[in-house]
Design a protein around this ligand. Structure first.
Ligand SMILES: Nc1nc2c(ncn2[C@@H]2O[C@H](COP(=O)(O)OP(=O)(O)OP(=O)(O)O)[C@@H](O)[C@H]2O)c(=O)[nH]1
Length: 632
């Protein structure tokens, strides 16, 4: 077996450099692919996202569930090909902030491999890949350029199980500077697997990302590989995204205002002072240390990264529970509010019960095939189905089962505040029912994390909405100069300060065309431009398969873009707010009322309508100082 492996490795090594060159060339030649030109020419990236969905739908049989949600007809999906499906190697990506316990989890998985052949790719942003060394130290079956000597080394007394194969990606982040290398590494492992006997082939590939990696970018890498018909993607599938959370620091980091860079937070990047001093001298590190390369924008913070890692995951491991004094439920509450789709497991030292809780968990139906629009739709759906305590509410989407006493106003999901009930019809005498005072008291008394969706079909006045954005607990991303002040009560100001995460579609009056995406996480705010509203494009330019999904966002399915139209199509405010106490109707109402006051009033709307076909007029009438970034 060892001889086999050695031969495999040698051949794979020969392929390695050739393949890398070919792949680099392929990537370079794709820089000007038509879809990218489309974006440059003002088309919509939302359109791109949905085009991708169509492309994926035709290539991935497992997309049926998501595809139907997006309006794809079943005819557009090829029937499942079981034989080829069986030979596809599922990939699990482990993300999680620096030091959260990814390597520890991986070690646990290798030690308890249940007979599965697990190959691993380990990414470390530092020039020395410590994690791979840790894993490599357990293995005689190591594949690496400079460690072939280990292959025949019988003298190692290893107390751990070995990864079936290992490739290291170091000195950069696999989601950005080493993105090309990631697929190359997968391909190398595949070559290695192909050269093995049937019973030695890899069953799974696990990628341990660096602590500063953004899972959304990793997902994009694989989705683009599918879009470009890379043959590799017929053999592997990005299946499950796992995020490891360090429970003991999560609260502090998510509320922290610090940036994720080596200057402001050196302790996040270096294990000790020596390492920091050593790395500092190396010129090449300046490349990955650039915050703009590590995060999607130069203004990114630790909280953005943590929120993204939490949101884009099928499984979230609440690790290091041994360091918490029974506060696991609070962390779970916040994590569940940020990602209602994920399965949440509590672990200590990454000790999961079964590998099936992580490996191939999503069976091709997880967040790996989603895009930013799907992410948003899932959140809106989750917020819409929140348990509702309003006795007059007739929204059929809401859960009105008071008997569960789970999430409704005044009840903490953690159960810590189970005696504080402000449900007006509750007759449980064990509950405190000082309803009036509860909502008007400090919001800090509401430990429960709540979420709700703000919706409107009129544009925001840019100056007024800026003054509201400035009330969020943010320190970066919005202009700090004084905006038009709007009146706000103390309760409302407090309510905005409680918002931990807000995101969704936004429409500002400086444009009748631009579809904006509002994204606030912890202390950072960003407004991104998704592209055009679908309404602005003739229907024959819409992807046919996505028509139903697009129309579902219209205020009127028969909307026309005429100057006399009273409907607005898919232009809308659809923003999800998440934060402690936001299950409270009072909190929600005060936020809603304030946002309503930022919408154009009657006269402003008339002015907007008179100029709506002239973008430059709108931009000068309704000056917008909120910087927007093109979402690519
Ligand atoms: N107390 C405690 N310590 C843990 C737990 N899991 C991991 N650790 C420790 O936390 C430290 C970091 O763990 P790693 O597994 O290296 O974390 P990582 O996410 O791979 O770190 P990076 O590669 O730097 O991002 C190590 O000292 C682990 O022993 C846990 O559940 N409880």
């Amino acid at each position: 077996m060892k001889v086999n492996l050695a031969v495999s490795c040698l051949v794979a090594m020969l392929h390695r450099h050739v393949f890398r060159r070919c792949f680099a060339w392929t990537c370079a030649s794709q820089v000007q692919m038509p879809w990218q030109r489309t974006i440059h020419h003002g088309q919509t990236s939302l359109c791109l996202a949905l085009k991708r969905q169509v492309s994926w739908a035709n290539q991935l049989t497992s997309m049926t569930r998501k595809a139907s949600r997006l309006g794809f007809s079943s005819e557009t999906i090829h029937p499942s090909e079981n034989e080829s499906e069986a030979s596809i190697i599922p990939i699990t990506v482990l993300s999680g902030f620096l030091g959260s316990g990814k390597t520890t989890l991986l070690q646990h998985m290798l030690n308890n491999n249940e007979g599965l052949k697990i190959a691993v790719i380990v990414n470390d942003v530092a020039s020395v890949n410590i994690d791979s060394k840790l894993l490599r130290g357990q293995s005689t079956a190591v594949y690496s350029d400079n460690n072939l000597d280990l292959l025949e080394d019988d003298s190692n007394d290893f107390s751990y199980a070995a990864p079936a194969g290992i490739v290291e990606l170091q000195n950069g982040c696999a989601c950005c500077s080493l993105s090309g290398e990631l697929l190359t590494s997968v391909s190398e492992l595949l070559t290695l697997s192909d050269m093995r006997h049937d019973d030695e082939k890899f069953d799974h590939i696990v990628v341990e990302m660096s602590g500063v990696a953004e899972p959304r970018s990793v997902r994009n890498i694989f989705q683009e590989a599918i879009m470009y018909d890379m043959p590799l993607m017929e053999r592997v599938r990005l299946d499950t995204l796992v995020t490891v959370v360090d429970c003991s620091t999560y609260f502090d980091y998510i509320k922290s205002s610090r940036a994720a860079n080596t200057e402001e937070s050196p302790e996040l990047f270096y294990r000790d002072r020596d390492e920091r001093d050593q790395e500092k001298g190396k010129a090449e590190l300046a490349f990955w240390m650039e915050p703009s390369l590590m995060l999607s924008d130069a203004e990114g913070g630790v909280c953005d990264l943590l929120v993204e890692q939490t949101e884009v995951a099928d499984v979230i491991l609440l690790n290091k529970i041994d360091l918490l004094d029974g506060k696991t439920k609070e962390v779970k509450e916040i994590v569940t509010a940020l990602n209602p789709r994920a399965k949440v497991l509590a672990t200590s030292f990454g000790q999961i019960d079964r590998l099936g809780e992580i490996l191939a968990f999503s069976k091709g139906n997880g967040v790996a095939i989603d895009g930013v629009v799907d992410d948003h739709k899932d959140f809106v759906k989750a917020a819409d189905t929140e348990d509702c305590s309003d006795p007059r509410c007739t929204n059929p989407l809401h859960n009105h089962d008071h008997s569960s006493h789970s999430h409704h106003d005044g009840h903490s999901r953690s159960g810590d505040l189970s005696s504080d009930c402000n449900h007006p019809t509750c007759d449980d005498h064990s509950h405190s029912h000082s309803h009036e005072s509860k909502d008007t008291q400090s919001t800090a008394t509401h430990a429960g994390i709540g979420s709700f969706v703000y919706r409107a079909r009129r544009p925001f006045h840019p100056a007024r909405i800026l003054s509201v954005i400035q009330k969020l607990p943010i320190v970066r991303g919005a202009p700090s100069e004084e905006a038009h002040e709007i009146e706000m009560s103390e309760i409302t100001t407090n309510a905005f300060q409680q918002v931990l995460r807000s995101k969704g579609f936004a429409w500002t009056a400086d444009s009748n065309v631009k579809a904006l995406y509002w994204s606030h996480a912890g202390t950072s705010f960003e407004m991104q431009c998704l592209g055009r509203w679908w309404s602005t494009l003739p229907r024959n330019q819409w992807p046919k398969e996505a028509t139903e999904a697009i129309i579902s966002d219209f205020d009127d399915a028969n909307h026309e873009e005429s100057s006399t139209s009273t409907t607005v199509g898919d232009r809308r405010q659809e923003i999800v707010f998440i934060g402690p106490g936001l299950a409270s109707q009072t909190m929600q109402k005060s936020i809603k009322a304030t946002l309503d006051s930022c919408l154009l009033d009657g006269d402003e709307w008339d002015l907007f309508c008179s100029k709506r076909t002239d973008e430059s007029s709108l931009a000068s009438c309704f000056e917008n100082r909120i910087r927007t970034r093109m979402l690519t």
